[in-house]
Design a protein around this ligand. Sequence first.
Ligand code: EPZ
Length: 418
Amino acid sequence: MDRFEIRGGRPLQGSVRASGSKNSVLALMASSILCDGDVVLGNVPRVRDLSTMIEILGALGVPAYWERENTLRIEAGEPRKVEAPYDLVRTMRASFMVLGPLLARCGRARVSLPGGCAIGARPVDQHLKGLEALGAKVDLTRGYVEARAERLRGARIPFDLPTVNGTQNVLMAACLAEGESRIENAAIEPEVGELIRVLTAMGAQIEGAGTDCLEVVGVSRLSGVEHQVAGDRIEAGTLLVAGAITRGEIEVTGIEPAQLRAVLDKLEGAGLDLEIGPDRVRLRYVGRIGGTRIKTAPFPGFPTDMQAQIMALLTLADEPSFVTETIFENRFMHVLELQRMGADIALDGRCAVIRGVRELQGAPVMATDLRASACLVLAGLAARGETNVLRVYHIDRGYDRIEEKLRELGGRIRRIRA
Ligand code: EPZ
């Protein structure tokens, strides 16, 4: 298993372009199942989660392959199989998003339940509630969801809570359902907005983009499309924190700053100087890192996917901070590793109280999930001495060559292949 060897203490300087959004691409790849034309996606990051989705589509008989370094082509054609196997779905829960498109396109699907993951139980009850509302018959047998529907029918679908992949899964199914659907309490994350733009370009009829109420008029077919994927707002936030925690000055380009508003507000509130352009953000450390209060929430609130990263920064603040994780029940595993680096963090259920320390000490630390891994890399870049982050396959799931980007900014980080 590869590890990152990091020597901390050097301020990061320079400009870096964010890769395309991995989470957007996952939904867009699933949507290709709906189309009778090829889907070509540009600005796609080379990350492991997308390799898994390529395998899933392959298992369905939908060829997907890299046409160029960052361009993915998914060939049209009705899926030849309708089963997404456990050994693939369990490694990447977003695979569950093929369920809605398979049902809509083929009338039946057999998809493994994703099961839990490191950060929480992550049930899929809302996905199933939405598909049943559209007329699907859903059975749970031996760890698989078996669903079938002659033709999905439009319906009113009130989600009990805003779920990103649940909204995407059900929205994709509704696009080919007969009649009108109304999805209420829909998630409004930018990745949902990007999917709506692409589905509309494919010929779907969707109103309400950007709101929590989506009105869909089903159509009989969707055509292929070419689309440039938006920059990854979470990678961008991670890179900005890298500049802050190392007391440097960096610019991240290729993003839509409005998608990171809550994170930018908190960085400014913590005393960092930000310059915001149309497709870029420049962050400068100007003498201090202040404390702040973070409470994760659905968009436009502070994103849970940035909680671990900003906590790394707050371990070095000159006053106490408070972080509350409201989305997932077990997303503090990075805390134990930060404590091993000398951070002063007290946990009480879903709340963490962080008292800033003068410096972190480098140490061998263990990555446990995608964003916890990023947090430990950030801490290592700031710590005194050497940090070894083990099991970096977690970080490879969602960051495209992060060590190269950080090295280009002056970070002393290298991958040790095991
Ligand atoms: C997406 O996961 C992202 N993944 C996650 O990013 C992100 O953390 C999450 O949204 C929240 O923003 C992808 O897009 C591939 P949810 P998703 O359904 O859609 C509960 C990363 O690091 N829930 O919005 O699975 C659930 O337990 C990953 O890139 C139900 O109760 O998240 C959670 O508490 C990690 N029933 C809350 O909703 C359901 O049927 C939000 O989850 C579905 C969800």
